[in-house]
Design a protein around this ligand. Structure first.
Ligand code: UT7
Length: 329
């Protein structure tokens, strides 16, 4: 029997219209465009401003974009994996609602949370379902409304994050294309450095936690930066080594867009030329679960069948890893 591999066969994306530029942030907190640009590479980010709209809105728009572009019948989708760190609600899966809204009436759905690595881990999960032979169409969506958990008086975090969504379809491939290898890691040491203290089971929300701003993201940026730089470079180098990939035969690096300096450090360890390193952080900032599918959507036209793509991510937890995938169209 021919081996089944799991290939990405379609991509979709959505970002909200509202643009928050560095210039406007200068009027909100003690920061400046020069600092943000040189320290992070970010120029602007998109925010979902309309009241009553949550992450599901971004996810539905991204899924609808994919469905329209690829001319998919949503009734044929078997499974929807919703990668997100900002679900619509703590209970009631966002993915289930998204599935119903896009007409995926024959699919089951669930959410997957691994902070900024949610989409990367989702790629592994989606691919495993396809490789098992059990399902034929798995829709992986990565979306986050980061603006719902950011304190816009905290310059350590509000300059970094943005809102967005992206989606990819995984299908069986019989030519050996698609996901080739993965190296995924996690380490609970990271829990103290990037977190939301309140709103979970340890510290349920109360008037006091809200008054203390404990429902917002806290990040010890310096420490996370240190772990991210070495973590993302280590796993990317490892996946190259064990697949006999060289800087010449890696075609594209798609790294989580958290900080341009972290992306550059990873690319440098891999020995990659600048034109192979895909970057859109200047336009969207860090959209958490959406960075990797937004990269695929923005650069899809440049990919060729058989291209070697390396994905890498690092996020809270800590969670991190890399994936080697051959583009299938
Ligand atoms: O996606 C999930 C994983 N997350 C990440 O990968 C994020 C990792 N961390 C980072 O990207 C960076 O640490 C940040 C962008 C968050 C911060 O950059 P940094 O180079 O680590 O800056 P820092 O925190 O060491 O601060 C340097 C200086 C400090 O001033 P002093 O003490 O040197 O006088 C800060 O007070 O910059 C100051 N500073 C700012 N200045 C202007 C900190 N934030 C700002 C700001 N605007 N927004």
């Amino acid at each position: 029997m021919t081996k089944i591999t799991a290939a990405i066969t379609a991509v979709g994306a959505y970002v909200p219209e509202f643009v928050l530029s560095n210039q406007v942030l200068e009027t909100m907190v003690d920061t400046n465009d020069e600092w943000i640009t040189s320290r992070t590479g970010i120029k602007e980010r998109r925010l979902l401003k309309e009241k009553g709209k949550g992450t599901s809105y971004l996810a539905i728009k991204a899924a609808e974009d994919l469905i329209a572009k690829a001319n998919i019948n949503p009734e044929e989708i078997d499974l929807i994996i919703m990668a997100t760190a900002t679900p619509d609600m703590p209970v009631a899966s966002t993915g289930v609602y998204v599935a119903s809204q896009i007409g995926a009436v024959n699919a089951f759905a669930f959410d997957l949370q691994a902070a900024c690595s949610s989409f990367l881990y989702g790629m592994s999960t989606a691919a495993a379902y396809i490789q098992s032979g059990r399902y034929k169409k798995v829709l992986l969506i990565g979306a986050d409304k980061m603006s719902s958990i950011i304190d816009y008086t905290d310059r350590a975090t509000c300059i970094i994050f943005g809102d967005g969504g992206g989606a990819v379809l995984f299908e069986p491939n019989y030519e050996g294309l698609g996901l080739q290898d993965e190296f995924l890691r996690s380490d609970g040491i990271g829990r103290e450095y990037l977190k939301i203290d309140a709103g979970g089971s340890i510290l349920p929300p109360s008037a006091e936690t809200v008054a203390n701003g404990q429902h917002f993201v806290f990040q010890d940026g310096k420490t996370v930066f240190k772990y991210a730089v070495s973590g993302m470079a280590d796993v990317s180098e490892k996946i190259m080594e064990r697949n006999n990939l060289t800087k010449e035969n890696v075609d594209w690096l798609l790294a989580h867009q958290a900080n341009k300096r972290i992306i550059d450090a990873t690319a440098s360890r891999m020995g990659l030329d600048e034109e192979k390193v895909l970057v859109n952080i200047h336009r969207y900032g860090n959209t958490t679960s959406a960075t990797l599918p937004l990269l695929m959507s923005d650069f899809e036209k440049q990919f060729k069948k058989g291209d070697n793509l390396i994905f890498a991510a690092f996020g809270g937890g800590f969670t991190w890893g890399s994936i080697y995938l051959k583009w299938a169209y």
